[in-house]
Design a protein around this ligand. Structure first.
Ligand SMILES: *[C@@H]1O[C@H](CO)[C@@H](O)[C@H](O)[C@H]1NC(C)=O
Ligand SMILES: *[C@@H]1O[C@H](CO)[C@@H](O)[C@H](O)[C@H]1NC(C)=O
Length: 363
């Protein structure tokens, strides 16, 4: 006659070996946003916004394309690494199941923006409200594994990254010489509209349980090789797009500061991506780059025209370039960005850098 107590103990041991969520695990990490942080969700979608063929991923550990818009690791991967965690799997990847869910998930989808009409040309992508709906679905799945209370703890204790905004300019307002949005708004008013919508998205993220959220602004949009190819004759950054970034980043800091005041807690941490990337775009040599103007992979002026494919020019040493393709940084540039997120001063990080947050949260 079997000992029922033993059977129950055994059952518990089996369950806990399958699903290990313990105090010792690195905090969960959730990622939302666009191509700067997409880890491969678009591979599972019928869209033209994808990075799943060579030479994307040439410097990834597997040396194969993964859907990341980088030669190697992206910003989300490098943050995971710092947290001591595995890279977040794309939420649409069937491999994201069971205890892998407890590491977190990546909901980002290349081409999307803050506004629902941004990136409509890419058709079938996960717009930000779709990403938030999937985050809710994720929590239901995790609840079935570890219970509702533990799930709330996991989500409240997690670090969240949201990277949006660039496409609202590049793939919306400035997509065509005269766009619907330009007829509606000047750049100042448009930026206020975009920030108001971003505020709603962040509020929803908070409602869904996020309690530490890195919110990145737009980089110097006028300096990316794609825009240099269109507008620049001797390497100067495109003025209107630079204006857009100069307006957007301070508005983002203001907006997140106000939200934190309303919530009486430093939930949102704004990353001034313009200031941050200006450092290595203005003084590439100080960061070990030979150029911050020419993309490693591409064709045409500044290698900024068209897509990065096997037919493109490809640089031999990716670490010497700030830009991998016409829009996206190299892994080396992503490392500089993530280093500043962890250790940067208030010029870049508001109200504080991620090292300080991690120290506070571990108390
Ligand atoms: C964007 O789409 C979401 C979900 O479909 C909707 O709730 C929201 O109101 C839309 N935003 C605007 C400004 O239309
Ligand atoms: C982070 O920010 C704080 C406060 O601004 C600063 O004192 C510190 O040097 C920064 N770097 C690290 C690694 O904490």
């Amino acid at each position: 006659m079997a000992n029922p107590g033993f059977a129950i103990t055994l059952a518990i041991v089996v369950i806990t070996t399958f699903i290990t969520y313990s105090e010792g695990s690195p905090r969960a990490f959730f990622v939302f946003g666009d191509s700067l942080v997409d880890n491969g969700n678009n591979n599972f979608l019928a869209t033209t916004a994808r990075a799943d063929s060579p030479p994307y991923g040439v410097d990834y550990p597997t040396h194969r394309p993964t859907g990341r818009f980088s030669n190697g690791l992206n910003i989300a991967d490098l943050i995971s690494k710092q947290l001591g965690a595995d890279p977040t799997l794309p939420y649409l990847d069937p491999a994201l199941d069971g205890d892998k869910l407890l590491v977190g998930a990546n909901f980002a989808s290349a081409g999307i923006g803050i506004l629902n009409d941004t990136g409509i040309q890419f058709v079938n992508i996960l717009r930000i409200y779709d990403q938030l709906d999937l985050f809710q679905q994720y929590q239901q799945r995790v609840s079935a594994l570890i219970g509702a209370e533990q799930t709330t703890r996991l989500v409240n204790g997690a670090l969240v990254l949201i990277t949006l905004g660039g496409n609202d300019y590049v793939n919306n307002y400035f997509l065509t010489p005269i766009s619907v949005r330009q007829l509606q708004y000047n750049i100042q008013d448009y930026s206020h509209v975009v920030i108001t919508e971003y505020n709603k998205i962040l509020t929803r993220l908070h409602d869904l349980g996020a309690r530490r959220v890195l919110v990145t602004g737009t980089g110097p949009l006028g300096c990316v090789p794609a825009e240099l190819a269109l507008w620049s004759s001797n390497g100067e950054c495109a003025n209107e797009l630079q204006q857009a970034s100069k307006i957007f980043n301070p508005l983002l800091v203001q907006m997140t500061t106000r939200l934190n005041q309303q919530l009486s807690s430093d939930i949102f941490v704004a990353v001034n991506a313009m200031e941050l990337q200006n450092d290595f775009i203005d003084k590439p040599k100080e960061f070990g780059f030979v150029t911050s103007k020419i993309a490693c992979c591409g064709q045409g002026p500044y290698n900024g025209l068209g897509l990065c494919t096997t037919a493109s020019n490809l640089c031999t040493n990716r670490d010497e370039y700030a830009f991998w393709d016409a829009f996206h940084p190299t892994e080396k540039a992503n490392k500089i960005i993530v280093k500043t997120i962890f250790t940067g001063s208030n010029k870049y990080m508001s109200p504080m850098n991620l090292s300080t947050i991690m120290a506070i949260d571990s108390l």
